[in-house]
Design a protein around this ligand. Structure first.
Ligand SMILES: Cc1cc2nc3c(=O)[nH]c(=O)nc-3n(C[C@H](O)[C@H](O)[C@H](O)COP(=O)(O)OP(=O)(O)OC[C@H]3O[C@@H](n4cnc5c(N)ncnc54)[C@H](O)[C@@H]3O)c2cc1C
Length: 378
């Protein structure tokens, strides 16, 4: 988000410094298949408008991974698939695709190149540890250095230091599950079901051979404990959820996450603003976080630039919060609604069956796709 915002600000003739904690931008979690990200219609339009979509190769070559194994599946809501065949796109504005698949690593690389072309100063290996603000600007400490700026935008992710140091209230709901994304060898994969399998204890999904997603309704305890994810642990969780004696031979990469859903009550305090996951967190179900953050950056960029140049009418910067906060709140509720349908309880299973029927109708699939792909925001 920081990079997209930096590009928007630099395009509007602002001087931008990006301080990035990670010394090395590369991570297997940003590369396919872990780094797969669904781009929604507003993100596609925003990237296209800046000539950035065309610089990305993955969206051109990558087809929907569900298609091969699951007919014409377009996506899912709470693990319930919806089909391209049911979606009535004639109700929507024609033009660019409504949804594309991208890779986090490539998107970041494209934005980095663009930011550098525009003269953005990117310093890696510098974590913000403190800042002070007054009416004229902000002083930021990172590593053993100090930087002065007129404005500070915290785009530092879910555990945002800027949000915490700034005392921004961060309100919402606690997790119900720990989610796992893992690369592994399963000795006897035939013991597992195909597609997304909801059980009495959670849900699992082999997205392709050797890649597994799981949701374990443990109240988020495992993720919050911060323990290393071992082969033994993954096997135990998978056995419990799938109710099989499946064997995990080796574990190569693993990451955990939860459905904790929180949002800063304010995105703006004095000369400090928040954008992206720093302002809102929720489960990755339905793939909305990146799109939400890109929307924040595009909304904030020109408004902050106009403010910096003294060209903003009264209230322009306030409209960032007024416009983006309700959209963030909707996305948080969208993720909560999916959790409610995925709970391993008889009530949730009954509700899930009703949703399955509705999603298999033209109106149902069109509604879900329109929300997931952000078509309503265009
Ligand atoms: C498994 C999974 C699947 C997902 N799928 C999708 C999807 O399909 N579609 C979608 O839209 N979203 C998806 N998301 C969500 C999406 O990846 C995030 O919402 C998005 O990456 C948030 O971007 P961000 O820039 O706000 O935060 P981040 O990507 O977390 O970036 C924050 C940056 O700040 C840096 N940083 C942190 N602390 C400091 C500090 N103190 N000082 C300086 N720098 C700091 C970090 O190193 C990092 O580079 C998914 C998430 C997960 C976990």
């Amino acid at each position: 988000m920081g990079l997209m915002l930096a590009c928007e600000l630099a395009l509007a003739r602002c001087t931008v410094l990006v301080l990035e904690k990670a010394a090395d931008p590369h991570s297997p979690l940003k590369q396919l298949p872990f780094g797969i990200r669904g781009l929604s219609a507003p993100s596609i339009e925003a990237l296209h408008r800046r000539g950035l979509l065309e610089r990305m190769e993955v969206p051109k070559r990558m087809t929907n991974p569900f298609n091969a194994s699951r007919g014409r599946q377009a996506g899912h809501f709470a693990g319930i698939p919806f089909s391209f065949d049911h979606i009535d796109t004639s109700r929507w504005r024609p033009g660019l695709p409504y949804s594309l698949l991208a890779e986090m690593a490539e998107l970041e690389a494209v934005l980095t190149r663009r930011a550098e072309e525009l003269g953005v100063d990117i310093r890696r290996g510098l974590a913000i540890t403190a800042f002070q603000q007054d009416t004229d600007g902000v002083t930021v400490q990172a590593g053993d250095q100090s930087f002065g700026a007129a404005w500070l935008v915290g785009c530092d992710g879910a555990r945002s230091v800027v949000r915490k140091l700034g005392g921004f209230a961060f309100e919402g709901t606690e997790p119900e599950f720990t989610g796992y994304s893992v690369k592994l060898d399963i000795v006897d994969p035939e013991k597992l079901g195909a597609g997304r399998v909801a059980t009495a204890r959670g849900m699992y999904f082999q997205s392709q051979p050797g890649y597994l997603n799981m949701q374990d309704f443990d109240g988020g305890a495992f993720h919050q404990a911060g323990l290393p994810v071992s082969r033994e642990h993954v096997q135990a969780v998978l056995r419990r959820i799938s109710d099989t004696d499946v064997t995990v031979g080796a574990l190569h990469v693993a990451t955990t996450w939860t459905d904790r859903a929180r949002q800063a009550t304010s995105y703006h305090q004095g000369r400090v603003l928040l954008a992206g996951d720093a302002a809102h967190i929720h489960s990755p179900l339905g793939g909305q976080g990146l799109n939400l953050g890109l929307g924040d950056a595009v909304n904030l960029g020109w408004k902050l630039a106009a403010t910096i140049h003294g060209e903003a009418p009264a209230g322009l910067l306030d409209s960032y919060q007024a416009e983006r906060h309700p959209i963030g709140a909707q996305v948080l509720d969208w993720s909560r609604a999916q959790v409610a349908l995925m709970r391993p309880s008889p009530e949730a299973r009954a509700l899930n069956a009703i949703f399955r029927d509705l999603i298999n109708t033209r109106d149902g699939a069109t509604y879900i796709a329109g929300r997931v792909w952000g078509v309503a925001q265009l």
